[in-house]
Design a binder for this molecule. Structure first.
Ligand code: 13P
Length: 259
């Protein structure tokens, strides 16, 4: 339970071209979603224009999965912030561990992407989290300290942090609520050191094998303000059930059970 408005964001990763995006969004729009929780979907770049048209006028926000820091130029394969805002994208994921581990993203480049995105008017979902080796070596908080250093240069009013332990992503192995809360509380302290009172308004999402079955217990932690959902966001029913779990936490319903 938290005073912050819950946010549930779906990171579709490299799933759903235009046709599949339209089909999934039509199913999602047919679900009766609670109005008390913010919901965002992040399809692949090529599917964003179709998604923007389908979501126009709906309560579901639209996000991209990455963004470059320059406004234009010779950066083959990259997408500029203004290209996203032009088609109605309002959110962007930055620094995902898959970008860091497979595509050479660093703390520095993630920080640059995030700052440029905010300057263009985008809401940033900044991802960080430790690997299994780092957790086993007792380095979790040191890694989070290093990865979160760039957050101090960002605008807290347009920032969401996503704690995604790498060992929990796509593995079916979720962090325990206590492990998530410990990391989130540490990140909250880091945000307080950087932003003072404004840190209280920054949402910290948990990501890593969130499912309808485990969402409420994770979201029930004091510093867990929602989730960044991978696999379970590809199914309209599971994604909307995770949003319902967040709504039950927002309503303070401790008895809510997924069925
Ligand atoms: P899964 O929910 O599939 O574990 O993915 C989490 C994630 O990486 C979201 O960004």
């Amino acid at each position: 339970m938290t005073d912050r408005r819950y946010l549930v964001a779906g990171n579709w990763k490299m799933h759903n071209g235009v046709a599949d995006t339209s089909a999934l969004l039509e199913r999602l729009l047919a679900e009766k979603l609670p109005g008390t929780v913010d919901a965002v979907v992040c399809p692949p770049f090529v599917s964003l224009p179709a998604a923007a048209m389908l979501l126009a006028g709906s309560e579901i926000g639209l996000g991209a999965q990455n963004v470059h820091w320059e406004a234009k130029g010779a950066f083959t394969g990259e997408i500029a912030p203004g290209m996203l805002t032009e088609i109605g994208v309002r959110w962007v994921i930055v620094g995902h561990s898959e970008r860091r581990s497979y595509f050479g993203e660093t703390d520095e480049t993630a920080g640059k992407r995030a700052a440029a995105a905010q300057a263009a008017g985008l809401e940033v979902i900044f991802c960080l989290g430790e690997t299994l080796e780092q957790r086993d070596a007792g380095e979790t908080l040191a890694v989070l300290e290093r990865q979160s250093a760039v957050l101090g240069d960002l605008d807290p009013a347009h920032l969401v942090v996503a704690y995604e332990p790498v060992w929990a992503i796509g593995t079916g192995r979720t962090a325990s609520p206590e492990q998530a809360q410990e990391a989130h509380a540490f990140l909250r302290q880091r945000l307080e050191a950087a932003f003072g009172g404004a840190a209280a308004g920054i949402r910290i999402l948990y990501g890593g094998s969130v499912k309808p079955q485990n969402a409420a217990v994770l979201f029930g932690q004091p510093d867990v303000d929602g989730g960044l959902i991978g696999g379970a966001s590809l199914d309209a029913r599971s994604f909307s059930d995770i949003i319902r779990a967040a709504a039950s936490c927002a309503a303070g319903d401790e008895q809510w059970q997924y069925s």
